[in-house]
Ligand binder design. Structure first.
Ligand code: OGA
Ligand code: NI
Length: 356
């Protein structure tokens, strides 16, 4: 695919724009009025994504996870088994990277071919609207896909910490896969089997949202659903920014310290035949605080066609999606950038006309 060889225009680092001290943002970052963060967004404590204690009774955990995935597609987990010290070390070391001099970061500049490295846009459409954020994207699993050259050499703690973080998050994801399977009435290993068993994969995107002089006009990340299996997100305890779509409104997530935010992504929506929802989300930015988040994308093996699991297809619940491999699927977001749920919609089987 030629269109994925290189960026269509020179890359501008959002961090450089932010540090230039300008009081306005370039037109490319200004969203149409309806897409701007609305001041009426629900951000109080009355509505919020469920918080789930993973150390509770397993039957109870399976039930509450299942209803969170059906109603919200999102939940936060506490007592998840990952050491909060490791979580903090991972965040601190990546924060260290984003505060290295620009020349160092530029050595890792990415291209749309694999997206690995230091990036500032998603999608390769010339003239596209841009989001107020830089990121670093890496393949972290399986080991055969790891290219250490693409991992920053500095700070020196970055590689070992990222490695340990990956191992711990893989364990958490595989455990969640058993919980998710149970919640669908399947045997515990069923979703993992559909992912290719031990051929599962994972990528890490560390998002860095610099301070923005006009946060009301732009977004840190435009509405999208995640293309992979599920996402384990670590956000800043203090700086809010993530919003989740619920019944047409944007609900701001209130981060719980030391928790992870988990969301169902498109491939599990497909496997569950639409029972679990891969929900749109977006990120707001701030004029007073920068924000760093770490999104760990847990994915199926890239070359197996995924389709609704046969046990979840019934006469009154026909298959909703066409089969596709994850490799094919992710080309879409890599080319088009974040575009709401348009990608998973494109896999939907159009019901046959009913003649009466
Ligand atoms: C993502 C994402 C949310 C955030 O990286 O896909 O949705 O809070 N990030 O940065
Ligand atoms: Ni996302």
């Amino acid at each position: 695919m030629d269109c994925l060889q290189d960026w269509p225009e020179p890359i501008v680092r959002v961090q450089s724009l932010s540090e230039s001290g300008a009081s306005t943002i370039p037109a490319r970052y200004i969203k149409p009025p309806n897409d701007r963060p609305s001041p009426t967004a629900i951000s109080n404590c009355h509505v919020s994504i469920p918080v789930i204690d993973m150390s509770a009774d397993p039957e109870h955990v399976a039930r509450v996870v299942s209803s969170a995935c059906r109603e919200w597609g999102f939940f936060q987990v506490v007592n998840h088994g990952v050491d909060p010290k490791l979580m903090r070390c991972a965040r601190d070391t990546w924060c260290g990277f984003f505060h290295e001099p620009m020349e160092i970061k530029q050595q890792y500049a990415n291209s749309p071919k694999t997206y690995e490295g230091y990036g500032s846009r998603l999608g390769t459409k010339k003239g596209a609207s841009l989001d107020w954020g830089d990121y670093y994207f890496l393949h972290v699993h399986p080991p055969s896909l790891i290219n250490q050259e693409k991992w920053p050499a500095l700070p020196s703690s970055l590689r070992p910490t990222t490695d340990e973080y990956t191992q711990e998050l893989l364990k958490l994801c595989r455990r969640l896969m058993r919980v998710l399977s149970k919640g669908l009435g399947l045997k515990e290993g069923r979703l993992q089997e559909a992912f290719g068993g031990d051929k599962d994969g994972a990528c890490l995107r560390v998002n860095f949202y610099p301070k923005c002089p006009q946060p009301d006009l732009t977004l840190g990340l435009s509405p999208h659903s995640d293309p992979g299996g599920m996402t384990v997100l670590q956000v800043d305890d203090h700086v809010k920014g993530l919003q989740v779509r619920k019944d047409g409104a944007w609900v701001t997530v209130q981060p719980v310290p030391d928790s992870f935010i988990i969301n169902i992504a498109d491939q599990i929506e497909v496997l569950s035949n639409g029972a679990y929802k891969s929900v749109e989300h977006r990120v707001m930015v701030s004029s007073t605080a920068e924000r760093l988040s770490m999104a760990f994308f847990y994915n199926p093996s890239s070359d197996i066609p995924l389709a609704p699991i046969p046990q979840l297809v019934m006469p009154d619940r026909p298959p909703l999606f066409l089969p596709m491999t994850f490799n094919e699927y992710r080309l879409y977001i890599r080319k088009n950038g974040p575009k709401g749920k348009s990608q998973v919609e494109s896999l939907k089987i159009v019901p046959k006309a009913v003649h009466v």
